[in-house]
Ligand binder design. Structure first.
Ligand code: NAD
Length: 491
């Protein structure tokens, strides 16, 4: 089915201090399905970011001083406006990000729940009362930090941007957002439109867009500026390491959610039809461009042949092409650089002896669903996050080998285990070095109120529900002395 609604948005400028502000230059934002121009985006500078940070700093006292239910009300209003504009977001995510229509609809629905769950945070308890040696009223209470810098990726521009800032706003911080240069509208300026309509006070939420060429200077300002108190980053491990190291040097809080090389383990007692469908979704949803994508499928040798037959039969049916045709479940990779990177990984695997069970063809920004076997640690694709529609399938003999293969990566985001034996799955889950484990589901799972995050090179910190409070508030010990503290008489 052809979709003709993918027209360009009206870009009004960057959203700074409540005003739509032009930049001195613009950069081209392309539709990855055909590399046509989607929009011309303001190419902001470090100076623009400095003005946004100053606006956010100026807005902080009033925003953090609002009654909590007023902040909640604004977030609930944003959720309603977001929901009303579902089609606009979906069109933008398809044309600017190259996503399939179904992914856009899922993402749109999720974002309104991110706003609603952030509103619910306003009603959480904000501290504890502690025993005191001196009979004081001794409290540990949470306080907003001030200005929070948010840097978001392109692959789920709605969810990952909203997740990066909604909880921060709810608890009284103000925000400067820099979206990815690949989705500056769907992951950035679009949020400015939504929050402006919701009535966000000037300066509480700011969006500065910039090209890849300008990102180093703009990104540095987002950490080095003394008015910034914390950084919320979602993106690649390479950039995340740089951000976390810089935040450490400037003693700023940082929550960094990074890449993954996630495995789905199929034990010999699994429901193989379910496992094959789950693996197909986990591996190829959004062309494998999800941090939690199933990159390695580890299958017990007793059921390997049966599983492969079912998995390949499903994967073969996925159609690849421009997302303006809704039958194309596999759209383009987000840009030529990513497509070239995935092609490089496939060529390296081919040269070193991997077997292509399915796919392998690639053109323009497209890579068709590809299934590899015979992959080993000498191949880059065993170690590097592929972030493309490629699944590696590997057989194992026993649980120890499955655990070893799962943990044989610098990453540690999610793992999935397929089995009819829940007790066995729970034992196994404890041995898998990941921040999240899903039993009888594939790897891609997230909900706005759960502690989402990885271990090892997949990140530090957790987003979601009350766990976001650790990222976006500081704890203060505040006591009230009621005459119980006595001092040595010599004083
Ligand atoms: P990326 O690291 O290239 O870019 C992420 C963001 O960082 C973008 O906004 C980019 O402009 C910005 N950036 C780049 N260099 C910067 C610098 N020097 N200073 C400041 N900001 C800078 O990642 P990407 O290609 O946009 O996203 C894909 C990656 O993100 C994958 O590795 C994926 O696994 C990861 N990811 C992780 C999660 C998670 O929750 N763990 C979720 C989605 C994506």
């Amino acid at each position: 089915m052809l979709d003709t609604s993918q027209s360009s948005p009206r870009i009004r400028g960057m959203f700074i201090g409540g005003d739509w502000t032009p930049a001195a230059r613009t950069f081209d934002d392309l539709n990855p399905s055909d590399n046509s121009l989607y929009a011309r985006i303001p190419d902001g500078t470090a100076e623009d970011m400095r003005r946004a940070i100053e606006a956010a700093h100026a807005a902080f006292p009033a925003w953090s001083g609002l009654h909590f239910h007023e902040r909640a009300r604004l977030l609930l209003k944003a959720a309603d406006i977001w929901e009303r504009r579902t089609d606009d977001f979906c069109a933008a995510a398809m044309a600017e990000g190259g996503g399939w229509h179904g992914k856009g609809m899922f993402e749109a629905g999720y974002v309104s729940e991110v706003f609603r769950s952030a509103a619910a945070l306003c009603y959480q308890n904000i501290g504890e009362v502690l025993p005191s040696e001196h009979g004081k009223f001794s409290t540990a209470t949470r306080w907003p930090l001030g200005v929070v810098s948010v840097i978001s990726p392109w692959n789920m521009p709605g969810i990952l941007t909203a997740r990066g800032f909604a909880a921060a706003l709810a608890v009284g911080n103000t925000v400067v957002l820099k979206p990815s240069e690949d989705t500056p509208y769907a992951g950035g300026l679009y949020f400015g439109e939504i929050l402006e309509e919701a009535g966000i006070p000037a300066g509480v939420f700011n969006v500065v867009t910039c090209s890849r060429e300008g990102v180093q200077a703009v990104g540095d300002e987002m950490i080095e500026n003394p008015l910034v108190k914390a950084v919320s980053f979602t993106g690649s491990t390479a950039v995340g390491r740089h951000i976390a190291a810089k935040a450490g040097a400037y003693l700023k809080k940082a929550c960094v959610e990074l890449g993954g090389k996630d495995s789905l383990i199929v034990l010999e007692d699994a429901d193989l039809d379910h496992a094959a469908q789950a693996a197909n979704f986990g591996s190829f949803m959004h062309q494998g461009q999800v941090c939690m994508s199933t990159e390695k499928i580890l299958v017990h040798e007793d059921v390997y042949d049966d599983f492969m037959a079912k998995f390949l039969a499903r994967a073969k049916k996925l159609k690849t092409g421009p997302t303006s045709d809704r039958d194309n479940v596999i759209g383009p990779l987000v840009n030529a650089r990513q497509a070239e990177r995935v092609r490089g990984l496939l060529e390296d695997a081919r040269a070193k002896g991997a077997t292509f069970e399915l796919g392998g063809r690639s053109w323009d920004n497209f890579v068709e669903p590809t299934v590899l076997t015979g992959v080993d640690g000498s191949m880059n694709i065993w170690n590097d996050e592929t972030f493309g529609p490629v699944a590696i399938v590997c057989r194992f003999r026993d649980e120890d080998e499955a655990v070893r293969l799962n943990n044989d990566t610098e990453y540690g985001l999610t793992a999935a285990v397929m089995t009819r034996d829940e007790a066995r799955a729970m034992r196994l889950a404890g041995r898998l070095e990941t921040g999240m484990v899903h039993v009888n589901c594939q790897n891609i799972n997230d909900e706005p109120h759960v502690p989402f995050g990885g271990v090892k090179a997949s990140g530090v910190g957790r987003y979601g529900g009350r766990w976001s409070l650790d990222a976006f508030t500081e704890l203060r010990w505040i006591t009230l002395d009621r005459g119980g503290r006595h001092f040595p008489p010599v004083f």
